[in-house]
Design a protein around this ligand. Structure first.
Ligand code: RBF
Length: 152
């Protein structure tokens, strides 16, 4: 079961599309769940070219995305910031989000908003779990839809 507010419509991927995934090592278990769902959904939709890089924490997602955006058509950065565990939660989530937006505009290539910012670990797990909200699948679907839109 996935989030009912997201309408999944089949998108046929162009096999030449190359997608970069940046994974944060902080909150590794949850980020890995997201990444598996992203890769599963992309591959099931016909994406063949995926490059993955790992960065220490969400703060470094922009640097990882900067590296991959040169050779990819779209970037999916994946990170989890948890308010209860992160004293500078707002600072990290807001600045990273802004950094990813700036990168997207500067390079004229889409960057998916794959940073989960939650109150606690339970909430983050619920969002990443393929049997619950499955945000990973949603990120992958958003990537395919926006690439299809740009190539129309
Ligand atoms: N990175 C995350 O991806 N998620 C977090 O919840 C998180 N919390 C942090 C809390 C503190 C107090 C610090 C110092 C770092 C945290 N980081 C977190 C790591 C951060 O994104 C970055 O990797 C490091 O600050 C090194 O630049």
């Amino acid at each position: 079961m996935s989030n009912s507010s997201f309408n999944f419509q089949a998108v046929t991927a162009d096999p030449s599309w190359k997608i970069g995934i940046v994974k944060s090592k902080w909150n590794h278990k949850i980020v890995s769940m997201l990444a598996s769902e992203v890769v599963n959904h992309l591959e099931a939709s016909g994406i063949k070219l995926i490059e993955i890089c790992e960065v220490p924490g969400s703060w470094e997602l922009v640097t990882g995305a900067q590296k991959l955006i040169i050779k990819c058509d779209l970037i999916i950065p994946l990170g989890v910031v948890i308010r209860g565990e992160t004293t500078h939660y707002e600072l990290i989530s807001e600045t990273v989000t802004q950094g990813l937006m700036d990168l997207m505009i500067k390079n004229d290539k889409p960057v998916i908003m794959g940073l989960l910012a939650t109150e606690n670990e339970e909430q983050a797990l619920k969002r990443a779990n393929p049997n619950q909200l499955n945000k990973g699948k949603e990120f992958a679907q958003s990537a395919l839809e926006i690439l299809a839109l740009r190539n129309n």
